[in-house]
Design a protein around this ligand. Structure first.
Ligand code: PMP
Length: 452
């Protein structure tokens, strides 16, 4: 179907409820219609090229139009478009992907449970953690500790594990047995402490919470190595080693939500490699297929898998757990990453280049801080650079900047007044230059609009 933009917008507004969207607002304005993707660029229904600084939703790591992935999907569609993994059945793509994941994940991870998304990974992990402790004869170990402003998905367990107040307010969340501590967000909450001190202080909230609840009631701690949707919150270097020490000391399980950080985003295969975390579970999605088809995977450590395997049937699974087309695309995606040494390229070349260029934006009058790691980065829009005072909420500085970005041909996301990027890993130096130039122009226009 080839309609003009207005007609797409009219039909969209008539029948479509979008995720995370105020529909009244959208209907007044009309949706942006994206019709095609090419490398790191999107093309909209007006034929405009837009640099996708977010790789979709942090997922199109290998860029749009990747022939290897397209061919893998087509081949698998013809061979076996669907079969399930229930009732003692398997199929070649799931088997092959399971062993490939064991190969690329850190040592000690040799078992995988497939799901259809990141949210389903976290729902799976919540049930699996509690099942693990029940198998150990400790069913009272129920509580999972998470962080405020974490994002772990939109299902009931995912949103409960997440720490987004707005999500909790809709639907009486979190569900019982989930508690939250503060996040390691130094720019926003550092209160004059050095990053080192602040990282330790925030990690030690985990210990305080454990002692308050009673360590024998706590099952696990969950965290994203870098909080993505919360605003690319990169913890101080002191944070994760202290969290690890506390989890080890009290014997609670550590869950790394690698849905964003996994598959090269932070400059290593996994965020856990970058931060030296040794988790018991890793939740994977997004970059596992470069977003071409939906897939999630919970990596289960040998220690945990050994217990669960002896625990009888784990009554859990999805129709699309390990969908053969998704697995075939994931295999092609990971093999291509290996063949083209993508992670090494990110680590040695393109991430240092992106970070160097991104840091130049810190000179702008409305930028209070830039930060980044690997192929994610953020900057904080402020009214006063020296006191780091924010604009009043009514100024909508972040949204204003986001709109200027779009108009200038760049997708950059706003989380409050924090602007964030997560471009495809295959972006070139020239495209990084383009991204930074467009971001600079949009920030200057934002400043002109707001600093009157
Ligand atoms: N965990 C993290 C860290 C995420 O960023 C996301 C998605 N942004 C999810 C879980 C949920 O994944 P999905 O949207 O595939 O359910």
């Amino acid at each position: 179907m080839d309609l003009d933009t207005r007609e797409w917008q009219r039909r969209d507004a008539s029948h479509h409820l979008h995720p995370f969207t105020d529909h009244q607002q959208l209907r007044d304005k009309g949706a942006r219609i994206i019709t095609r993707g090419e490398g790191v660029y999107l093309i909209d229904s007006e034929g405009r090229r837009i640099l996708d600084g977010m790789a979709g939703l942090w997922c199109v790591n290998m860029g749009y139009g990747c022939e290897e992935l397209i061919a893998a999907a087509e081949r698998q569609m013809r061979e076996l478009p669907y079969y399930n993994l229930f009732f003692q059945t398997a199929h070649p793509p799931a088997i092959e992907l399971a062993s490939l994941l064991a190969e690329v994940t850190p040592p000690g991870f040799n078992q995988v449970f497939f799901t259809g998304s990141g949210s389903e990974c976290n729902d799976t992990v919540l049930r699996m953690v509690r099942h693990y402790w029940a198998c150990q004869g400790k069913p009272e170990r129920q509580v999972i500790i998470s962080r405020r402003n974490a994002y772990h998905g939109s299902t009931v367990a995912g949103a409960s594990l997440g720490g987004m107040r707005g999500m909790h307010e809709q639907g009486s969340l979190p569900i019982p047995g989930i508690v939250h501590i503060d996040q390691p967000y130094h720019f926003g909450e550092g209160q004059g402490m050095s990053p080192h001190e602040f990282g330790l202080a925030r990690a030690r909230q985990l210990e305080q919470k454990l002692l308050e609840l009673g360590p024998d009631k706590v099952a696990a701690f969950i965290g994203e190595p870098i909080q993505g949707a919360g605003g690319v919150i990169i913890p101080p270097e002191s944070y994760w080693p202290e969290v690890q020490r506390i989890c080890d000391h009290y014997g609670i399980l550590l869950i790394a939500d690698e849905v964003i950080c996994g598959f090269g985003r932070t400059g290593s295969w996994f965020g856990c490699d970058t931060f030296g975390i040794r988790p018991d579970f890793m939740c994977l999605a997004k970059g596992i297929t470069s977003g071409y088809v939906p897939l999630g995977a919970v990596m289960v450590s040998d220690r945990v898998a050994g217990v669960i395997e002896r625990g009888g049937e784990f009554a859990h699974g999805f129709t699309y757990s390990g969908h053969p087309v998704s697995c075939a695309v994931a295999i092609a995606n990971i093999r291509l990453m290996q063949k083209e040494s993508i992670v090494k390229r990110v680590h040695d070349r393109i991430a240092p280049y992106l970070q160097r260029r991104w840091a130049e934006l810190s000179a702008l009058p409305i930028v209070g801080e830039t930060r980044g790691k690997g192929m994610v980065a953020a900057l904080e829009i402020v009214q006063d650079k020296h006191s780091k005072t924010r604009f009043p909420a009514t100024a909508h500085a972040g949204l204003t900047c986001r709109e200027f970005c779009f108009d200038n041909g760049l997708v950059m996301r706003a989380v409050g007044d924090t602007m964030i990027i997560s471009p495809p890993l295959v972006i070139t130096e020239t495209e990084v230059d383009n991204l930074v130039d467009l971001a600079r122009r949009s920030l200057e226009l934002t400043a002109e609009r707001l600093l009157v």
